[in-house]
Design a protein around this ligand. Sequence first.
Ligand SMILES: Cc1ncc(COP(=O)(O)O)c(C=O)c1O
Length: 458
Amino acid sequence: MNTGENSLAARDIEHLVHPQTNLQRHLEEGPIIVDHATGVWVHDDEGNALLDSVSGLWCASLGFAPERLARAAYEQMQKMSYAHLFRHNSHEPAIELAEKLLSIAPPSMKKVHFQSTGSEANDVAIKLIWYYHNALGRPEKRKLIARHKAYHGSSVSAGSLTGKPDMHAQFNLPLDGFLHVECPDYYSNARDGESEEDYATRLADDLEAVIVEEGPDTVAGFFAEPVIGSSGVILPPKTYFAKVQAVLKKYDILFAADEVITGFGRTGKMWGCETFAIQPDLMSCAKALSAGALPISAVLIGDNIYQAMLSQSERMGNFAHGHTYGGHPACAAVALETLRIYEEMDLIAHIGRLNFPFSDMLNEISDHPLVGNVDLTGLLAGIELVKNKETGEAYPADMNLGAKVADASRSHGLLHRYAGNRIAFAPAYVISEDEIGEIGIRLRKSLDEVHAEFGDSQ
Ligand SMILES: Cc1ncc(COP(=O)(O)O)c(C=O)c1O
């Protein structure tokens, strides 16, 4: 890396605070600077081409630099670079996008409200849950339940939903009234001999016990990613969501599905809710909504919530909420073009076809001594790295084997995510079969290297 006085690296170190980064280490080691990217390939400023198998941050679903999205943004910005939706104002891209989104959403979703990020979408979902219960005259129903290891964003409220201790420590989070129950991770957390169904029953019973202990009249909503994403792609055990939903219904608790990663085909159907038979009251989506090309997110709103919002409006007049950039016309135009491209490529059939080489590649890698378990749905996968493949014995959590594999992978020209002892993959939908094969080849080299260095600690 060039760290000369006026280099990009030196200027970065001097001026930038990076998210999700070890700030001390950054001062010593500096940034990894990306220069340009096309398809699934990212090119750094040292001339290395890196195969990105996780679409940036799970978002660049059409690969990098798709011409049509650039054109959609340019044309919209030439016509009208800004317009808002406050106080009855509207514009065509937002109207068309809302219409299009509802046409592909579960039929119970009736309205759309736009923001810019996934965190904001979840923040809005929280507010709408509170607004709903207040409309029904039960202001004490306000606690929210999410799961350990869940990721719902970094803002104060979405960070409170998030179930990661490092995102709470020293930030005075979570806020009061945000509770967390067990992460549904059958491979790592089930008891000896416990079936997936029994494990799911136990988790649903635990959830019910928490609700009863807190007082059902104080619990407003439950948030879940259909597949836990940022903690390394952990699929729910069989029957988990059916059992959880039965508990929530019993106590009149709303279900908010965080589809920020799982929306738009990622799990093999249009929505994670479809793949895992979830009937949500609200859905948050972002990322692949605009293929990551411009920031836009949406909350899809069920009719029960919308009717309550209307009744609030009768009482209070104004729906006193909104973001300057919510439904920004250029972002909406890019999202619309993204959805058109999905339609033209027959997205769900396309992902179904790619699932074969993707699962073949993961099957092959699953014989590696470090690979304990592979979670896979659609074009989304996570691998649990273990000390002992036969017994499933884990490495100590603080060993962060995933980071070690990710470092090795980078040196072999492969980018993927990591979290603790897990690594994760969510390639762009435009990846070729050869490129999927290339992920397997490069990953095996990294796993071999890490195993040679740390495998002896067995
Ligand atoms: C499931 C989920 N929800 C919410 C978010 C937050 O989105 P954003 O970073 O756009 O605020 C993320 C980000 O990765 C996510 O994975």
